[in-house]
Structures are given as structure tokens and as C-alpha cells.
Design a protein around this ligand. Structure first.
Ligand SMILES: [Zn+2]
Length: 239
């Protein structure tokens, strides 16, 4: 039921791509966008994210979100819209006994936020987030939609394979302390790079969300480490 709702909302927004983990994504007026359902307690919330790639826009964006009359007009509470240096996240809670709002209502809310992003980030760069190369394509990287070039996608895949090898080589008796690392907030255990209509897992583990944003726009060095795989084992053992 819930994924049907997500599908209808994705259709209303024109987000045509899907991952095997149920993320819908695509571009909205040139900005990478994704929709996912997140379970909180007994309820599934819809989380919409818009990504951008520009320097120094976080503060202006936050202020514009504060001041936008369009958000309230679309029925969006300000506290349900968060932003940082490269993304805006909109949380749509389900209505009591009625599930998520109608697809067109949700789409209007996401578009209201999109309009603010467009105003605040006129210089969005359509380049690879990892290396800055042009010719980047949309992909879900570490659970978030982004633009990645072919070379970086290949590197991420290779790193994922190394993590998987480390994962396979590890003993199953893991120390209990590892369980603590699963509390880093993350809903997608596996991320995917999509290229050429095939999906390749590029990363496992729950630590990805704590990787810092690229400092001063430089290329990232998000090396995957064997303990990332270990995290995945422990999170499976203790959901
Ligand atoms: Zn690249």
C-alpha cells in the first residue's frame, strides 16, 4: 500500500526511476530529487530530498525557507523542512487513519520547496559530486540521489566490492560493541549506482550518513572500510 502511494507521488512529480530498495528518483527542473518511505514507529513517512551543488548557499536557502509564504500555502510546516549545504529534505507525515496526503497535494508541497531552492541556488552545478567532472549522471550514492561521472561510479563500485570481500572474510562472531554503530541514522542499508540500466551495490553499512560533506568543494575521499561491512553484519543480527 505504502509503496503504491510512493509510486503515485513519484508519478505526480515525474520522478521515473526506482531503486530495488524502493527509492524513487529523477530530476525536478534540473535538481536531483528523490522520494523514500521511512518507518517511524508504526507509521511510514514520506521523505523527499532535493540535492544541489553550489558553494555558500546554505544560509540564504534557510532564510528563504523561513520567509517563503508558498510553503505554508502548500500546507507545509516549516519544521518539516530541513536544509543544509547541499540538500533540502521535506518530511510528509501520514494523516491519522488516512495515510499520506493525495499525490497532487504532496507534489505541490515538494514543488513549493523546489521553487525556493531554485531561487536560492541559481548556480547549481550539474557536475560529478565526487570529482567535479561534467557529463555526470544521476545515481543513488550512499542512499542519496546525486550526479556521478562514469569514472567515479566505477571507483565506487570497486570500493564496494572490496568492502564485500572484507565482509565475506570477517568472522561472524563480532564484538557486541559494534552494535552501537548501527544507531547512526540511516534507512538504506545498501546504496546503488545506476548505470547502463543495471544496478550495482556500491556500499553497505550505516556509517555513510556521517561522512562529512566535501570540505570547500574539494573532491571527497570517502574510502570504504572493512568495518563498514561489519556494521552491516551487526545491523542484520540485531534489527
Ligand atoms: Zn567523477
Amino acid at each position: 500500500m505504502a509503496s503504491k502511494a510512493l509510486g503515485e507521488i513519484a508519478t505526480a512529480l515525474g520522478l521515473g526511476r526506482r531503486t530495488s530498495t524502493g527509492i524513487a528518483y529523477g530530476e525536478l527542473d534540473g535538481f536531483p530529487a528523490q522520494l523514500a518511505l521511512v518507518q517511524r514507529g508504526r507509521y511510514k513517512y514520506l521523505v523527499a530530498q532535493l540535492r544541489f551543488n553550489a558553494e555558500g548557499r546554505a544560509e540564504d536557502l534557510r532564510q528563504r525557507l523561513d520567509e517563503s509564504p508558498a510553503l505554508a500555502a502548500a500546507g507545509l510546516k516549516r519544521k518539516l523542512v530541513t536544509s543544509n549545504a547541499d540538500s533540502v529534505t521535506v518530511t510528509i507525515p501520514p494523516r491519522i487513519f488516512a495515510g499520506l496526503p493525495r499525490p497532487e497535494v504532496v507534489a505541490a508541497r515538494v514543488r513549493a520547496v523546489l521553487d525556493v531552492v531554485k531561487g536560492a541556488v541559481p548556480d547549481d552545478r550539474k557536475v560529478c559530486r565526487e570529482c567535479g567532472a561534467t557529463g555526470a549522471e544521476l545515481a543513488i550514492v550512499r542512499g542519496k540521489v546525486d550526479r556521478v561521472c562514469g569514472g567515479c561510479a566505477e571507483r565506487l563500485e570497486q570500493e564496494a566490492r572490496e568492502v564485500q570481500s572484507a565482509y565475506a572474510a570477517r568472522p561472524l562472531n563480532l564484538p557486541l560493541g559494534l552494535h552501537a554503530t548501527t544507531t547512526y541514522g540511516r534507512t538504506e542499508a545498501v546504496s546503488w549506482v545506476l548505470r547502463s540500466n543495471r544496478q550495482v551495490p556500491i556500499q553497505t553499512g550505516s556509517r555513510a550518513s556521517v561522512y562529512p560533506a566535501s570540505p570547500a568543494g574539494g573532491p571527497k575521499t570517502n574510502k570504504l572500510r572493512p568495518e563498514d561491512a561489519a556494521v552491516r553484519i551487526s545491523s542484520r543480527a540485531c534489527p
